[in-house]
Write a protein that binds this ligand. Structure first.
Ligand code: NOJ
Length: 542
């Protein structure tokens, strides 16, 4: 039996990308007051918790994943008092708060990094990061051949000739987790947010935090084992310490890892009973719309979690990947299914149909489920943003070869017929002013607003609301187990209890529904007891 306070085992968690959620002060950028003004919307949607992408003081070189002060709120978003108020108000509506912790790197404007620059080579201040002399006769070559995940070298040279490591943008220097102060500081940051009512943390780039201090070159070809900066064994000590911090609270706080690891066994190590509580399941997110491959992914996910006793998570979208309706509207694009690849023909009507079915599928699977803001509206990826508004360092560091991630970060359309669709409002609540949203919304989004979809019983928003309501009421849903039921190869069919089943037809022809007493919910209209292509249904079994 699981403890009652283990809410995270079966929760529906909604990711808020604050900058793009709702703007209450009319400057074109979302803020905490905007989130507070929409808490009722989130409660009516039926989510159990909110995960906020970083809301800290930051130069925003990577949308806030470059933190200058882990204890302060970005002035564009509000202040600490507002964050505390938001956490409390959400809890009054039964919604918990998860904050994003970014341990791998800080901002180059973080006081530690500024002091390290001032203190110079060989100083203790530089030990908190990875400073090294360069190679070559005058040190003009980077210390090793590591590449940034955003393109280009993972090293930048400072005026005194040393180089520092940054696995992401140059404005995100990597921290040295061998340093005791780095470890202590992060434990204090955890306590800081837990003391303010955060029910848990999402751990950014959780498998990349620890480095081999020898900083060896990466050999070409096969990845070395152990890898110098990825999934190193020492990392687990960090999370064991964090678990002790989380468990020192009543109720215990939850640790949720962003762990991109294709090997399920290595992945599960992060979820041992004294480490992280759960981690995002990217195998599911990157799996193409194919029944055989999804069945295999679901089964191997559950098999990997079983020995460590951790619940699985089901994720279809976040602020880093192509939006679901666009992805599912494309022919299969291999393992990089979730990656940005603009210019590929997309059938949005098909994508929308599949996204509806995928919603019912993911909400029926055992464990917790994540929803990224706008997913409940079926927003497509915006693939034609003007180049001069693109902010994402991934786009800029690759000179546009990678379209970047701004296309899934376009502000939400709330209501009205023209942009900014109620995203931006003045403090006095006057209608939209002339201020543009920080990224422009397509004019067609007038059909996808919350207002429009609320009034349409057949909208995706109302499907999510109904499904989340049922998920709460249905004892078999959320945490627990599932059993595959016999089905045609292109169909996924499983039960969650003696009386509840989910069935999804991913094939091209209608199939008969299994024997049932009642259809509780379906992602499309059913005819003659048949499930049309790209449709899912929840069934009451006899
Ligand atoms: C993962 C985050 O989700 C992504 O948005 C960010 O750019 C990197 N980690 C670096 O913090």
């Amino acid at each position: 039996m699981h403890r009652l306070d283990e809410w995270w085992r079966g929760a529906a968690i909604y990711q808020v990308y604050v900058r793009s959620f709702a703007d209450a002060n009319g400057d074109g950028v979302g803020d905490l007051a905007g989130v507070r003004s929409r808490l009722r919307y989130l409660a009516e949607l039926g989510v159990d918790a909110l995960w906020f992408s970083p809301w800290y003081a930051s130069p925003m070189a990577d949308g806030g994943y470059d933190v200058a002060d882990y204890r302060a709120i970005h002035p564009h978003f509000g202040d600490l008092a507002q964050a505390e108020q938001l956490i409390a108000e959400a809890l009054d509506l039964g919604i918990r708060t998860i904050v994003d912790i970014v341990p791998n790197h800080a901002s180059d404007q973080h006081p530690w990094f500024r002091r390290a620059l001032e203190a110079g080579p060989g100083s203790p201040e530089r030990e908190r990061f990875w400073f090294r002399p360069g190679r070559g006769p005058d040190g003009h070559l980077p210390p090793n051949n590591w590449q940034s995940q955003f393109g280009g070298a993972a090293w930048t040279r400072v005026p005194d000739g040393e180089w520092y490591l940054h696995r992401f943008a140059a404005a995100q220097p990597d921290l040295n987790w061998q340093h005791p102060e780095v470890r202590r500081e992060h434990e204090e940051v955890l306590r800081f947010w837990f003391d303010r009512g955060a029910a848990g943390v999402r751990v950014d780039s959780a498998a990349e935090v620890v480095k081999d201090p020898a900083l060896p070159d990466l050999p070409s070809g096969r990845a070395p084992d152990p890898h110098p900066y990825f999934d190193r064994d020492e990392i687990h000590d960090v999370y064991r310490d964090w678990r002790k911090v989380a468990e020192s609270y009543t109720p215990p706080r939850a640790l949720i890892g962003e762990v991109w690891l294709p090997d399920p066994e290595r992945f599960a190590r992060y979820l041992r009973p004294d480490e992280l509580h759960t981690a995002f399941n990217f195998g599911f997110l990157t799996c193409p719309w194919d029944a055989g491959r999804l069945r295999e992914t679901i089964s191997s996910t559950l098999a990997a979690h079983q020995p460590v006793g951790a619940p699985a998570t089901w994720v279809l979208a976040n602020h880093d990947v192509t939006r679901t309706v666009t992805r599912y509207g494309r022919a299969e694009t291999g393992f990089d299914f979730a990656a940005k690849a603009h210019g590929i023909p997309t059938d949005l009507a098909l994508g929308r149909r599949r996204a509806r079915a995928a919603a019912l599928l993911s909400l029926a699977l055992p464990g917790s489920v994540y929803l990224y803001q706008g997913e409940e509206l079926g927003l497509p990826e915006v693939e034609d943003l003007p180049v001069d508004v693109i902010d994402d360092p991934m786009f800029h560091r690759t000179a546009g070869a990678d379209p970047g991630r701004d296309g899934c970060r376009v502000p939400l359309p709330w209501g009205g017929g023209t942009a900014p669709f109620g995203f931006t409002s003045t403090a006095a609540g006057a209608p939209d002013t002339a201020v543009d949203a920080w990224l422009p919304q397509p004019s067609q989004w007038s059909e996808l607003t919350v207002e429009r979809q609320s009034a349409d019983p057949a909208s995706l928003l109302n499907l999510y609301r109904a499904a989340l309501r049922l998920r709460h009421a249905e004892p078999g849903l959320g945490d627990g187990t599932m059993t595959w039921l016999p089905s045609a190869p292109q169909v996924l069919c499983f039960s969650r209890s003696a009386t509840f089943a989910c069935v999804a037809n991913l094939g091209g022809v209608p199939v008969d529904l299994p024997v049932h007493r009642e259809v509780l919910l379906s992602s499309a209209v059913l005819m003659d007891h048949q499930l049309p292509p790209d449709t899912a249904a929840w069934l009451r079994l006899p």
